[in-house]
Design a protein around this ligand. Structure first.
Ligand SMILES: *Cc1c(COP(=O)(O)O)cnc(C)c1O
Length: 354
C-alpha cells in the first residue's frame, strides 16, 4: 500500500492519475509512441493542452468570461518577475504574508516602486493582516492565497479598484472562491495539480492592455496568449498529468465537492491539535490553512518518539519547512481522509504512551 503522503510539494497525486500517466509514457493513445517522444504540435498533444487549458477555466468558473489560461515554464518563481516585468509601470502594492510573498516582493522591486500594503512579518507570519487600506494609485495588488510554509490562508480577499493578482500555488482548485475577482492567478503545478515543470497562469484578457514596457518574448504574457500557450515547447508531461488531475477533479464533482472533503480533513487534524495537550498549532486559528497545517510538540523531548511513530505508520513528509521547524501536514486534494485519520491515530497513540 502507498504511504500516507503529506509532502508539501511536489505532492501527492491521485493513484489513477499516476497509473494513466505511467501508461502514457510507454504508449500514448494506443499509437505505440510515448507521450514524451511525440511532437508538441501533433494533434494528440495539442488536444491535451487544449483540454487542460479548458478544464482549468471551467473548474474556476472562468470559461467564456474573458480569461485565458496558459501553462508556462519556470515555476511560480518566474511569475514573481514576469508579473512585475509586464505590469509594474510605476508602483505596485504587495501583501507580505510569508516566504513566497517576500520573494515576489524582492523580484518586483527590480522593476519599479513597490509598497508593502500590509505585512504579518512582525509575528513571524502566523496570521493574515486585516483592515488595511489599499491605495488606488498602484498598478496592481499582489497577494498569496495560501502560505505553504507558515500554514496561513486568506479567507477573504480585498475588493480593490486596481488589478488583483494572486499566487494560488498551494490552494488552487481546493476551495470555492469568486475567481472573477482576480485579474491574474498563477500556480506552480506541483502543489495541487501535477508534477513540477508547468505553471498555470489564468489571466484576464483586458489586463494585457496595461503592458507598456518592451518585454522579452519568453516573459511576455502577450506573446504566450497570442501563441495559445505554445510559443515554445511546453512541459508536455507535466501538462498531461495536470490534464488528468483536472479530469479526475471534474469527475468527482469539481471544486464544490473537493472543498467539502478538504474541510473535513482539516477539521479532523485541527481538532486533534487543539484537543491533544501534547501539541499546539503554529498560527492564529481563524487564519489556519486548510491545505498546510503547521504544529509543534509542546515538549521537544517527545520528538524522537513521535518521529519514529509516524514513520512506523508509513507517514511521509511531515517535517516542517526548514525555516519554521516543527511539523507540517500538507493535505492537498488527492490526500484521502484516511491518511489524516492515520496521523490523528498516531497523535493519540503518543498521548496514551507518552
Ligand atoms: C511552492 C510555492 C512557490 C514556488 O513555486 P516554484 O514552482 O517552485 O517556483 C511559490 N508560491 C507558493 C505559494 C508556493 O507554495
Amino acid at each position: 500500500m502507498k504511504q500516507h503522503n503529506f509532502s508539501a510539494g511536489p505532492c501527492i497525486l491521485p493513484e489513477e492519475v499516476l497509473k494513466k500517466a505511467s501508461e502514457a509514457v510507454i504508449n500514448f493513445n494506443n499509437d505505440d509512441l510515448s507521450l514524451i517522444e511525440i511532437s508538441h504540435r501533433s494533434k494528440p498533444f495539442v488536444d491535451v493542452i487544449e483540454k487542460a487549458r479548458k478544464s482549468a477555466l471551467e473548474l474556476l468558473n472562468l470559461d467564456n468570461k474573458g480569461y485565458t489560461s496558459l501553462f508556462l515554464h519556470g515555476g511560480a518563481s518566474t511569475q514573481f518577475l514576469m508579473i512585475a516585468y509586464n505590469f509594474l509601470n510605476k508602483k505596485a502594492g504587495y501583501l507580505n504574508t510569508g516566504t513566497w510573498s517576500t520573494k515576489a516582493i524582492k523580484e518586483g522591486k527590480l522593476f519599479g516602486d513597490l509598497i508593502e500594503v500590509a505585512s504579518s512579518e512582525d509575528q513571524n507570519f502566523n496570521y493574515i493582516p486585516k483592515n488595511y487600506t489599499v491605495p488606488t494609485d498602484i498598478d496592481f495588488l499582489h497577494c498569496t492565497s495560501n502560505n505553504t510554509i507558515y500554514g496561513t490562508q486568506m479567507k477573504e480577499f480585498p475588493t480593490v479598484e486596481v488589478p488583483l493578482i494572486c499566487d494560488m500555488s498551494s490552494d488552487i482548485f481546493s476551495r470555492q472562491l469568486d475567481f472573477s475577482k482576480f485579474d491574474l492567478i498563477y500556480a506552480g503545478a506541483q502543489k495541487n495539480m501535477g508534477p513540477a515543470g508547468a505553471t498555470l497562469v489564468v489571466i484576464k484578457n483586458d489586463l494585457l492592455n496595461n503592458i507598456t514596457r518592451e518585454v522579452p518574448s519568453m516573459l511576455s504574457y502577450k506573446v504566450h496568449v497570442g501563441k495559445d500557450s505554445m510559443f515554445n515547447t511546453p512541459s508536455v508531461f507535466s501538462i498531461y498529468v495536470s490534464m488528468l488531475t483536472l479530469d479526475w477533479l471534474k469527475d468527482l464533482g469539481g471544486i464544490p465537492f473537493i472543498e467539502e472533503v478538504n474541510n473535513k480533513k482539516a477539521s479532523l487534524l485541527y481538532n486533534e491539535i487543539d484537543r491533544n495537550e501534547l501539541f499546539k498549532g503554529n498560527v492564529v486559528n481563524e487564519d489556519r490553512s486548510v491545505m498546510n497545517a503547521t504544529f509543534t510538540l509542546n515538549d521537544e523531548k517527545l520528538k524522537e518518539k513521535f518521529d519514529a511513530m509516524w514513520k512506523e505508520a508509513r507517514i511521509n513528509g511531515l517535517n516542517g519547512h526548514r525555516s519554521v521547524g516543527g511539523y507540517r501536514a500538507s493535505m492537498y486534494n488527492a490526500l484521502p481522509l484516511f491518511s489524516v485519520q492515520a496521523l490523528v491515530d498516531v497523535m493519540q497513540e503518543l498521548e496514551r504512551t507518552a
